[in-house]
Design a protein around this ligand. Structure first.
Ligand SMILES: *Cc1c(COP(=O)(O)O)cnc(C)c1O
Length: 401
């Protein structure tokens, strides 16, 4: 007879099998228990045919990975603790000393910090290309170029590149492509089938996604995914993931599994409200330019329309405004401070509308030719009533009048 203390750990009771509910169970583990040494020796963790250690997944994370593959049109998925970790995992999986990575000049800022502050020290160099000029990308590809990052739309300036044109150049030059797909979220366009009527279909090699944004939808979870279609490429990423130990917490995975079914509805709602506000903002004299891919005057609008099937795919929930250069940075800051519903904070994709003033001159190698001069403010539209949000911006504009 074992003592009752031991029985608390090795209990004989097994709940009946067959429990089903809308939300899948949360299986948490570092240790996974094997029935025999033979099983321990033979179990394979790389192909998700079994379980070996929490770092390599549990039923909970396998479920999310498969659902994200369906969302984005990929075949394999690796989860990591943040969107930025997804970008880093891609870089560390496919680049080695002596290689070069190309990034669009409007790339998500921390990706620049990664290449400038970390990869440089590993002997991996980088260059920035003009996302709106495919010839500039072509000119910068050399025999050392091993990875090209793509992003649509740009994080802060929301210009929409000609993704098929950029991709064709990379394919011709046999360079791997990775898309930061956080904005499109698998809903606006299909990253692995960008031009589906071509054979083979034109698509990216890797899609990295900050699940922190729309898949979470709550502003309360950090997570990222790296999705591929090529098993060999996936294995490289999976091995690097294993060696770096980039595991995720299953309670966080569960939170994303819970939000995922409503994501398309939320995305549509963010999209509609954002278009309404961007159109209205375009009529305000303090804003010399409004950046949103659905606006005909916004850089790359035709590319967005073509890729997102006449706009039906959506355009996410952000727009930026360029305040007239006659306003100082201090006045721009006062405008942001005067907003009440829009909170000051980074990230996006949650229910609360957010605003961030950016100092664009420090973020780009050159001031883009298609942007008016001024100070830039980015709005990310939550799920509040659109009239309330418009009134909030209108009220804050009074500090400039
Ligand atoms: C937020 C974001 C990331 C990083 O996601 P985190 O989970 O915050 O690290 C990467 N790319 C884009 C475009 C993002 O907006």
């Amino acid at each position: 007879m074992t003592s009752h203390v031991t029985a608390l750990i090795h209990h004989a009771y097994q709940p009946p099998a067959g429990f089903e509910a809308p939300q899948p169970g949360v299986f948490k583990a570092s240790t996974v228990i094997f029935p025999s040494v033979a099983a321990m020796r033979s179990r394979e963790w790389k192909d998700k045919s079994a379980y070996t250690y929490g770092l390599h997944g549990t039923p909970t994370s396998y479920l999310l990975e498969e659902r994200l593959c369906t969302l984005e049109g990929g075949l394999q998925c690796v989860l990591v603790p943040s969107g930025l970790a997804a970008l880093a995992l891609v870089a560390l999986s496919v680049l080695k000393s002596g290689d070069e990575v190309l990034l669009p000049d409007n790339v998500y800022g921390p990706n620049k910090a990664l290449v400038e502050g970390e990869l440089m020290h590993w002997g991996i160099t980088h260059q920035y290309y003009d996302p709106m000029d495919p010839q500039d990308l072509e000119a910068q590809i050399s025999s050392r170029t091993k990875l090209v990052w793509l992003e649509a739309a740009g994080s802060v300036t929301l210009e929409f590149p000609d993704l098929p044109a950029l991709l064709r150049i990379c394919k011709q030059r046999k360079v791997l492509t990775a898309l930061d797909n956080t904005w499109g979220a698998g809903l606006a366009f299909k990253p692995f089938d960008l031009v589906a009527d071509e054979s083979p279909a034109l698509g990216v090699d890797i899609s990295a996604h900050a699940l922190t944004k729309y898949p979470s939808g709550g502003g309360d979870v950090l997570m990222g995914s790296v999705i591929t279609r090529d098993p060999a490429l996936h294995l490289r990423i999976k091995l690097t993931h294993m060696r770096l130990g980039l595991g995720v917490g299953m309670n966080d995975v569960e939170a994303i599994l819970r939000s995922l079914p409503s994501m398309a509805l939320r995305y549509r709602a963010h999209d509609e409200a954002t278009r309404t506000l961007a159109l209205w903002a375009d009529t305000q004299p303090e804003f010399v330019q409004v950046l949103h891919p659905s606006l005909p005057g916004s850089p790359g609008h035709p590319h967005w329309k073509a890729l997102c099937v006449n706009g039906m795919g959506g355009a996410a929930g952000m727009f930026s405004v360029m305040l007239d250069p006659r306003f100082s940075q201090a006045q721009t800051d006062a405008f942001c401070d005067a907003l009440k519903l829009f909170k000051l904070g980074y990230s996006w994709g949650g229910p609360i509308s957010l605003v961030v003033p950016y100092e664009l001159a420090h973020m780009r190698t050159t001031w883009p030719r298609y942007l008016e001069k001024g100070t830039l403010v980015r709005f990310s539209i939550g799920l509040e009533g659109v009239q309330d949000l418009q009134a909030d911006i209108a009220g804050a504009l009074r500090v400039l009048r």
